[in-house]
Design a binder for this molecule. Structure first.
Ligand code: XMP
Length: 319
């Protein structure tokens, strides 16, 4: 795509002009926007860029390893893997209110990011994957759950507070252009086409109190579900798909025994921007096969339901 090729060259030139020989930091989430922003920044200023990947213990199965592995080992970026699971899960213990959970995570995210950023001597710039729709609306989540400090946790003013200047190399682009640029920069297609993932992560897919046990079960069930969707060639038709673990145990039978385990709900929607959504019309065969696999492969789950609520009146997430 020659247009994106030209954009890339121009962006690299202007980033170099802005940054000079100074250092820049970037919060990397593994989402499309922050990934493309990081790859572009790296092309422009190389090791003057340091990325911070905040691991809040609410990520999907193998997600941290995949993201950090790709950027650090495969693309040679300097990535700090902030292992702060104990901090986040500790503060979230006993909390069941959705907005309280979000607030705790948002505040800790900022604290943690700041702590790691302070260790990078001489950093003067903060890079964000802000897109054009974010710029015109400046409403949180308007660009989907891309992880920029601002749209991710709805906390403005961080760069000023930290005394950093902002670099927003994607602010003229729409989502599909960001994907094209990511492709141009050599990011794998599997990364560029990923479903959005919310900043608070699995916390809002675990209604009620969060425990490590529930998170482990949820991660495994979600991995089986996404594997099913990919195997059936449906991933790209779906805007977002995930499992929510329900705060209820139900009775089941397995072999000669009685089970008393968690129920889960599968969610899959089509959407253009996340503002409205329709539930995805899976075949009964797909749903039956997926339920069987989850129950057989994930200890701790003995009942699988499918969420057929569209948005509105439902939301996409369960919290
Ligand atoms: P809802 O559940 O509001 O979700 O229909 C719409 C889109 O926004 C994502 N979402 C979030 N993203 N922080 C985020 O970064 C949040 O607190 C949050 N809540 C919802 C959701 O995954 C969906 O893509």
């Amino acid at each position: 795509d020659w247009t994106m090729g030209a954009y890339r060259e121009e962006a690299v030139r202007s980033i170099r002009e802005q940054i000079g020989d100074k250092k820049v930091i970037c919060a990397l989430s593994g989402g499309v926007d922050s990934s493309v922003a990081a790859a572009l920044l790296h092309e422009a200023v190389g090791d003057q860029l340091t990325c911070v990947f905040v691991d809040h213990g609410l990520l999907r199965l193998n997600e941290a390893e995949e993201v950090v592995g790709m950027f650090r080992d495969h693309m040679n970026l300097q990535v700090i893997h902030a292992q702060e699971q104990d901090l986040f899960l500790g503060e979230l213990e006993g909390q069941s209110d959705p907005e309280t959970k979000r607030k705790i995570i948002g505040k800790l995210f900022i604290d943690v990011f700041q702590k790691y950023a302070d260790q990078i001597e001489g950093a003067e710039f903060l890079a964000q994957g802000t897109l054009y729709p974010d710029v015109i609306e400046s409403v949180s989540f308007s660009g989907g759950p891309s992880v920029t400090i601002k749209s991710h946790h709805n906390v403005g003013g961080l760069p000023e507070k930290m005394g950093l200047k902002l670099v927003e190399p994607l602010r003229e682009l729409f989502k599909d252009e960001v994907r094209a640029l990511g492709h141009e920069l050599g990011l794998p297609a599997s990364f560029i086409g990923r479903h959005p993932f919310p900043g608070p992560g699995l916390a809002i897919r675990c209604p009620g109190e969060i425990t490590r046990e529930k998170l482990d079960i949820l991660r495994r069930a979600d991995a089986v579900y996404i594997d099913q969707i990919r195997k059936h060639g449906l991933y790209d038709e779906i805007w977002q798909a995930f499992v929510a673990i329900l705060p209820v145990r139900t009775v089941g039978v397995m072999g000669d025994g009685r089970t008393y385990d968690y129920a889960c709900a599968l969610r899959a929607v089509t959407s253009v921007d996340g503002m409205t959504a329709d539930y995805y019309p899976f075949s009964h065969e797909f749903l039956g096969e997926t339920a069987t696999r989850i129950i057989n492969e994930v200890p701790g789950i003995n009942r699988v339901t499918y969420d057929i609520t569209s948005k509105p009146p439902g939301t996409i997430e369960w919290e």
